[in-house]
Design a binder for this molecule. Structure first.
Ligand code: NAP
Length: 256
């Protein structure tokens, strides 16, 4: 052997502080559990106080460190106040998001505004608040935007949702360009259909479910566990040279 044997950079997050928005259920809850399991202290944010309190307590029972912080992320002033008062977060999982599937001809201005308000406007200003604290403290960080495969491809009844997630893909790249010199990495995670409280009602429609399964090459719907490794990877030193990327966890949907 002529060179020292390389050592895999650590996937551990001990001593890191993570903020997860929309952490009460679905993908956000899985992200919080994964980050806590990897050793981070996780702050869980959502509007439903009881859900995040129960999740934080469950993480504690498993030996993790977590606290619940009830917050409506569409209230930008409240977000700013909350993040400014907290110790800087090394990791942000910008996950709170929603969808109102509808044919384009039926979309109302109210639908459009509600989706953009949460998926884009809130995501932007939560990230801004977290980044501001990191830059002030001269600390590196990892920002993970929960995008979607729908930020890469189109889908029926999803014009507004696809536009909102494509905005997140653009935001990821521009943030990466601007924040690289500060040691702050910014990546997107782009899942296919994952069974969560958001998608369960859509997937009850058998025709829709079949159309989804036809496109997922691995032949099954995603489960939140399918994203947990990717979240820890993006948060940790294991992805130290990755920024401005979008990590597709889509069962092969976009391969065709
Ligand atoms: P979900 O099951 O509906 O959970 C959404 C979470 O966000 C809940 O904890 C909800 O809690 C919180 N939330 C909603 N509005 C909020 C607000 N104004 N302030 C704070 N928290 C808020 O959704 P999900 O399926 O896990 O999706 C999570 C993210 O993944 C979204 O960005 C979604 O677009 C993306 N995604 C999902 C899939 C999928 O197939 N599930 C695929 C690709 C991407 P409260 O209502 O209590 O506030």
């Amino acid at each position: 052997m002529t060179e020292p044997l390389p050592v895999t950079p650590s996937f551990r997050l001990d001593g890191k502080r993570a903020l997860v928005t929309g952490a009460g259920r679905g993908i956000g809850l899985a992200a919080a559990a994964a980050l806590a399991e990897a050793g981070a202290h996780v702050t869980l944010v959502a509007r439903s106080k009881d859900e995040i309190a129960a999740a934080a307590s469950e993480i504690g029972k498993r030996g993790g460190k977590a606290n619940a912080a009830p917050l409506d992320v569409t209230d930008i002033e409240a977000v700013r106040t909350f993040v400014a008062k907290a110790e800087p977060f090394d990791i942000l999982v910008n996950n709170a998001g929603s969808n109102r599937p509808a044919f384009m001809v039926d979309v109302t201005v109210e639908d459009f505004d509600a989706i953009f308000k949460l998926n884009v406007r809130s995501a932007y200003f939560v990230a801004q608040a977290v980044v501001k604290r990191l830059v002030e403290a001269k600390k590196p960080g990892s920002i993970i935007h929960i995008s979607s495969q729908m930020g890469h491809v189109g889908g029926p009844r999803r014009t507004v949702y696809c536009a909102s997630k494509a905005a997140i893909e653009g935001l990821t790249k521009a943030m990466a360009v601007e924040l690289g010199p500060h040691g702050i990495r910014v990546n997107a995670l782009a899942p296919t259909f994952i069974e969560t409280p958001m998608t369960r009602p859509f997937l009850q429609d058998e025709n829709f479910k079949r159309s989804v399964l036809d496109k997922i090459k691995l032949g099954r719907l995603g489960q939140v566990e399918d994203l947990m490794g990717a979240i820890v990877f993006l948060a940790s030193d294991a992805s130290a040279l990755m920024t401005g990327a979008s990590l597709l966890v889509d069962g092969g949907w976009t391969a065709e």
